[in-house]
Ligand binder design. Structure first.
Ligand code: GLP
Length: 243
């Protein structure tokens, strides 16, 4: 628990840097990092860019896998997760674009795209550190309430609550919010060697309570990480109001 959003962002960025620096690439394996979108990780991305510019970290030997992407939203739409990631992070650092993996929500065969994503993670040796945020209903990536806790990358129809929550990115017009997304599954994230979930603000307080103080439930998919051997929740004080 840290005081505020700025401190959680700072902590998360420094933690990611430390893990990248401590990783010993072997037999051509790169550090594999799972990444989220949303407003929560923005501060972390800003700090990571600062640390990169100060020469404290390099992303040359990092391979990234994003959690999710909207279906049928053009890749160059300003709210696609592809645009989000390049605009807010990738174009400011020294990552090789070939090492960036983001699901293609416009693929002609979406199920094949999801399977290919799982295969790429496997070929990369699995994910070292998966960073995530949560929705106010406790969803992680787009694993909406009711998702199987053993799910893998697949197509999901978004919950009404998520569509409403994300309307702020689409001019507050819910008719413009995509209704489906491709998302890693809960099990895809569980398979990572380490999971780090960032939670900020009073509107996430109930979800944090459900995530860590009650039982594991597919209605609060983030609660699955109670069973992960190395999971960490980073919260600001406001997010702990219900604990
Ligand atoms: C979307 C994303 C999630 C993210 C959530 C919360 O639903 N798919 O990965 O955690 O939004 O976003 P925010 O951080 O803006 O509250």
């Amino acid at each position: 628990i840290l005081e505020d959003y700025d401190q959680t962002s700072d902590f998360a960025a420094k933690y990611v840097c430390k893990r990248i620096r401590d990783f010993k690439p072997s037999a051509g394996r790169l550090f594999t990092l799972g990444l989220p979108t949303g407003s929560t990780p923005l501060g972390m991305y800003k700090k990571l860019i600062e640390l990169y510019k100060q020469g404290k970290v390099s992303f040359k030997y990092v391979k990234t896998f994003n959690m999710d992407e909207y279906v049928a939203l053009p890749r160059d739409h300003p709210e696609s997760y592809h645009s989000f990631m390049f605009h807010n992070f990738f174009r400011h650092i020294d990552i090789d674009p070939n090492n960036v993996h983001i699901l293609d929500g416009n693929a002609s065969d979406l199920m094949a795209e999801c399977q290919a994503f799982e295969d790429k993670i496997k070929d990369a040796g699995g994910i070292e550190l998966f960073v995530g945020g949560i929705g106010p209903d406790g969803h992680v990536a787009f694993n909406e309430p009711g998702s199987s806790l053993s799910s893998r990358t697949r197509i999901k129809t978004l919950a009404m609550e998520t569509i409403h929550a994300n309307a702020r990115f689409f001019g507050n017009d819910i008719s413009k919010v995509p209704t489906q997304a491709l998302t890693v599954g809960v099990q895809t994230i569980m398979d990572a060697r380490e999971v780090m979930i960032m939670i900020s603000g009073a509107h996430k307080a109930y979800a944090l309570h459900k995530a860590i103080e009650e039982g594991v439930s597919h209605m609060w998919t983030v609660s699955a990480f109670q069973l992960h051997p190395s999971a960490m929740f980073i919260a600001d004080e406001e997010a702990t109001l219900e604990l």
